[in-house]
Design a protein around this ligand. Structure first.
Ligand code: ADP
Length: 588
């Protein structure tokens, strides 16, 4: 597997970053220095009072600590940490025997306990490590208390000296404990601040990325709208065979690019939580039948069979976001085609549970392609992940299709799953529970209609000449009467002369007077003319609400699909026709 982008591109700080923040290696180094300094101070006093055995043990400890410091600097903290702690704990135990309990050396087990969290990382395995240090520390302490004599049998220590040693060690252990507790608090605060800063930085980066992609999308969609629109128009012209082939290639490339831009924008929208579903009532079976039509030619071309098994139980009106459901199936069908060299692909949808208000459907796309091994199956649903081997090397794609599909299905309370065997094929499947719709006929999504807008007089307000030309041509193809204006100001002047338009398509970003300003004047003067925003921006829920508040009756995003443009214009046409009928009835 490979990540096509920086692996941290989509990620917020993780445990590994937190570990870095704790700087455990630095803390071990500091603890070693503290232990070394304490040893250095105490070794002098032991020599003055002729406690040579303890002084010698301290000397050995200092050598051990120096070695730990050296290797810790070299990056071997995984070994130096247990060695250092072990050395100190064992040293305290031995001095319990050489000095006697009355000297109070065993009291240093307490500050050692406080030091443990300072030098332990926050990973799962460090929990066990911390537990082991704690047990070993407590064990040494218990052995000291139970087995060490009150007074030393190894060296002669006068009673007054025991008194002052106990006094110094008690104060010393209290002091060191206090210092460690303070450092625990200090570092915890430091780590928390660093973590909050890191999260804030990651969030900032996410926002910048979201804004950047959204603006880029806007910039890319506008020229793409031109390319795809003109290609569609060109296809209708009388072309030579060569020209037809060029147009076909042009269409293929522009569609590929549009898919890629849409994928990146969709992914961006999903990641920033802005993608919402827009359920409508539609017949599941007919939408699925329509959804596979564009694939038939592509499958035939590659000589891969395409079987569609749609159970009669799914001939049902359901409430769902048809576009997003079809988007998931499109992704699965194009992947199946991409990764199947021969054999066939089967799309099936079967009803699993049918209740009075809901219906549960299992969708699956089964192919006889190259398959995916078990390790890779876990990763393919991540963004920008692709399996790279000799079979997939030549395939295009950004590794976003399955990630988007998975996120879309999560929004539908479903989950995309896969069973696959390398060399034998894959089956991608998911189960969705939909509300059943008992809608009136006009609510039903119409998939194929021969539109006739002969009664429509439409004003297209758009500054981009290519977009203007394409929309005008498409509307005129359906017999609509179309007038155009290149900005809001010209549109308003035109409306003063001719105000009997049935619909205005109004671009939002235009020179002189943009759509946001123009709509305010239009709604003041010509309240009854429906106005659809014509925009290349991503329309999320807040923007949609803003458009409605401004007075728009809906919107069409660019690059628009011909069907979407016709569908929205047709809805307004139907309302107009009903109004006319109603007025005729009243007049009669
Ligand atoms: P891409 O744009 O690369 O197709 P996807 O997210 O759709 O991105 O798929 C991710 C990866 O999963 C693909 O690159 C491919 O390696 C693997 N994959 C997806 N579908 C199939 C399939 N039907 N058969 C074999 N491999 C597949």
């Amino acid at each position: 597997m490979r990540a096509m982008n920086d692996p941290n591109f989509n990620k917020v700080p993780t445990a590994s970053l937190i570990t870095d923040i704790k700087e455990t290696s630095k803390r071990i180094q500091q603890l070693s220095y503290v232990a070394f300094i304490i040893c250095f101070i105490t070794i002098a006093s032991y020599l003055i009072y002729s406690l040579f055995i303890t002084a010698m043990l301290l000397g050995i400890l200092m050598v051990g600590i120096s070695i730990c410091i050296y290797y810790n600097r070299k990056g071997f903290q995984k070994i130096t940490k247990p060695v250092l702690l072990g050395l100190i704990m064992v040293f305290l135990l031995i001095t319990g025997f050489t000095n006697g309990l009355a000297a109070g050396g065993h009291l240093y087990y307490l500050p050692l306990l406080f030091a443990l969290p300072l030098i332990t990382e926050t990973t799962k395995s460090s929990k066990i490590e911390l537990g082991l240090y704690f047990i070993f520390n407590s064990l040494c302490f218990a052995i000291s208390v139970i087995f060490c004599p009150q007074k030393s049998t190894w060296q002669h220590i006068p009673d007054e000296m025991y008194q002052s040693m106990y006094y110094i060690n008690t104060c010393g252990s209290m002091l060191v404990s206090t210092i460690f507790v303070y450092f625990s608090y200090y570092f915890e605060k430091k780590y928390a601040t660093a973590l909050v800063n890191q999260i804030a930085r990651a969030e900032d980066a996410m926002h910048i990325r979201t804004r950047f992609l959204s603006n880029m999308g806007h910039e890319l969609r506008t020229p793409l709208n031109g390319i795809t629109g003109i290609t569609s128009l060109l296809k209708k012209e009388n072309l030579t065979n060569d020209q037809k082939e060029y147009v076909r290639l042009l269409k293929y490339c522009s569609d590929q690019m549009l898919n890629l831009v849409n994928d990146v924008l969709d992914f961006n929208k999903i990641e920033s939580g802005k993608l919402l579903l827009h359920p409508i009532a539609f017949n599941l079976k007919s939408v699925l039948q329509q959804a596979v039509l564009p694939f038939k030619y592509r499958y035939q071309e590659k000589k891969v069979g395409l079987q569609i098994e749609l159970n009669n139980d799914i001939d049902e009106l359901i409430l769902a976001d048809d576009l997003r459901l079809v988007q998931v199936l499109n992704n699965l069908l194009s992947n199946a085609l991409k990764f199947t060299l021969s054999g066939e692909v089967k799309l099936s949808a079967e009803c699993i549970i049918k209740e009075s208000k809901t219906i549960t459907i299992k969708f699956s796309v089964k192919d006889s392609g190259i398959g995916i091994d078990e390790e890779d199956q876990k990763k393919i649903f991540e963004s920008f992940e692709q399996v790279i081997n000799e079979n997939t090397r030549l395939q295009e794609g950004a590794g976003l299709g399955l990630a988007i599909s998975q996120r879309l299905l999560e929004l539908m309370n479903s989950k995309l799953q896969v069973v696959s065997e390398p060399g034998k094929g894959s089956t991608f499947f998911f189960t969705c529970k939909f509300s059943r719709a008992y809608a009136s006929s006009e609510q039903v999504f119409q998939t194929k209609i021969d539109y006739d807008f002969k009664n429509m007089s439409i004003l297209v307000v758009e500054d981009n000449p290519i977009n203007k030309m394409i929309v005008t041509k498409m509307l005129k193809d359906c017999n609509a009467y179309v007038e155009t204006a290149t900005n809001g100001k010209i549109a308003l002047e035109l409306l003063l002369i001719k105000s009997d338009f049935n619909l205005i398509l109004l671009d939002l970003q235009m020179p002189e007077m943009d759509g946001y300003e123009a709509i305010l004047h239009m709604k003041k003067m010509y309240r009854d003319i429906p106005v659809l925003a014509f925009t290349a921006s991503l329309v999320d829920e807040p923007m949609k609400n803003e458009l409605l508040m401004l007075g728009f009756d809906g919107y069409i995003t660019k690059p628009f699909k011909t069907a979407e443009l016709y569908d929205k214009v047709n809805k307004i046409n139907m309302v107009n026709m009903q109004m006319e009928k109603y007025l005729q009835l009243i007049n009669n």
